[in-house]
Design a protein around this ligand. Sequence first.
Ligand code: COA
Length: 157
Amino acid sequence: MLDDLEIREATLEDLPEITSIFRDTIRAVNSRDYSEKQIEAWSSGADDTEVWEDRITNLYFIVAEYKNEIVGFAHVKKGCHLDGLYVHKNYQRRTIGSKLLRIVESHIMAEGYEIINADASITAVDFFDSHYFDQIKKQKKSYKGMGFASSIFSKEL
Ligand SMILES: CC(C)(COP(=O)(O)OP(=O)(O)OC[C@H]1O[C@@H](n2cnc3c(N)ncnc32)[C@H](O)[C@@H]1OP(=O)(O)O)[C@@H](O)C(=O)NCCC(=O)NCCS
């Protein structure tokens, strides 16, 4: 749908755009499934600069860029665990999430894994369903002192 979309590995220079997407997408998109307090706590993770620097430096971390603007990102930890996937609030449902996921899956396969796991927010359940993931279990995750309903998803590659 977005012909000029480029997907590349993130650099530390991308950090401000990445954290803006994280904050704004949680506030605009995930807010339909979580309370105001949960959204405030979750989105405040955007301010944890050292955590983001560590992710960008040490994880497989990719960004989707459209006309010189970052419009989504994804990161993978422990080899085959999709640790985060966020699309800019103004670019939802334009296939960016699917494209990021496809590159992540190719990377995980190239690393020799035959499975991908993801810890998904309630908001993303339909997205993972549409990509043939199995919902393994529902859980409550603790983050910044609050509980968050989420689901573990898995798919054989
Ligand atoms: C989940 C997310 C990454 C999906 O990205 P996206 O670019 O909007 O997704 P796509 O356009 O590739 O969607 C592909 C398919 O997934 C399904 N899907 C995606 N979002 C959906 C929604 N809100 N409701 C129902 N189905 C949805 C649809 O089948 C869609 O295909 P369609 O648009 O042709 O019907 C994005 O909505 C997002 O940033 N969510 C907030 C952050 C989040 O919760 N991330 C999850 C990991 S913590």
